[in-house]
Design a protein around this ligand. Structure first.
Ligand SMILES: [Zn+2]
Length: 256
């Protein structure tokens, strides 16, 4: 991740507006840093280790900062409580988790590619705050819970394992007691057996507003969860990047 982000300050990377009051957004949200105790211990980012969690910030405008907090981070923090308590997810909860993962990966991608275009179709703000478009029915959410947190590391997991460069759909990671990944349904066969897979409905509907997906506690401990998620993510990242490049080459649709 680039540490010199000064050149980005003139423009909000999320809504792409210029000359608006700016603020700082944590790439990993503060509630999750507190939940996992990772400020002292540092975080994982792909192959990188020990990045100080609270130091990973990114300039965003005040409005995006506020709206991400209200519409994405607040609801996701509450959803983490429910999932870890075994209360399961609704179809809309699954969508929230997908968009939340896209936000973390999107901010990190922009931080790494300050001159790149996140997507020709959406700003990051639109992509993570608006309902998912027609791709919704082609997405799978994989979730697995962790039985035990090993004491010797002094924190809970918090890291992104996806290492994609071109694709903007696949994101994976282990956060607190939840291992999670969002992927194109075509690549379900690459998902480790520990993850329960939920195919999102093609659109939001009252019939799928109740809790209907109950991920198993299938990892014995966090070390197992991080290892399995990390290695499977190498294959899944490559598959998604190849898919994204093929889609761009064919000109059929925007992979992001
Ligand atoms: Zn903004």
């Amino acid at each position: 991740m680039s540490t010199n982000l000064g050149h980005l300050k003139a423009r909000c990377a999320a809504c792409e507006r210029r000359d608006v009051p700016m603020n700082k957004e944590h790439i990993f949200p503060q509630w999750l840093i507190e939940r996992t105790g990772t400020n002292a211990t540092g975080i994982r980012w792909g192959a990188k280790r020990d990045v100080p969690a609270l130091a990973a910030t990114f300039p965003l405008c005040e409005q995006c900062n506020r709206d991400f907090g209200e519409y994405l981070e607040g609801p996701t923090a509450r959803l983490f409580d429910e999932i870890e308590a075994g209360a399961g997810l609704s179809d809309n909860d699954a969508e929230l988790l997908v968009r939340w993962l896209w936000k973390i990966k999107g901010l990190a991608w922009i931080a790494d590619h300050p001159d790149g275009q996140y997507s020709s179709k959406y700003t990051l703000r639109e992509r993570v705050l608006l309902p998912i478009d027609e791709i919704r029915g082609h997405l799978t959410l994989g979730v697995a819970l962790i039985a035990e947190i090993r004491k010797e590391y002094g924190d809970l997991p918090m890291g992104v394992d996806a290492v994609t460069e071109h694709d903007a759909i696949f994101v994976s990671g282990v956060f607190s007691r939840i291992a999670v990944m969002t992927l194109v349904a075509n690549f379900e066969h690459l998902v480790p057996v520990q993850f329960a897979r939920y195919p999102l409905a093609s659109g939001r509907h009252d019939l799928t507003a109740g809790k209907l997906f109950y991920p198993p506690i299938s990892f014995r401990d966090d070390v197992e969860a991080v290892g399995v998620t990390y290695f499977s993510s190498l294959h899944l990242s490559r598959a998604h990047d190849e898919f994204a490049i093929a889609m761009l080459d064919s000109g059929s649709t925007d992979a992001g």
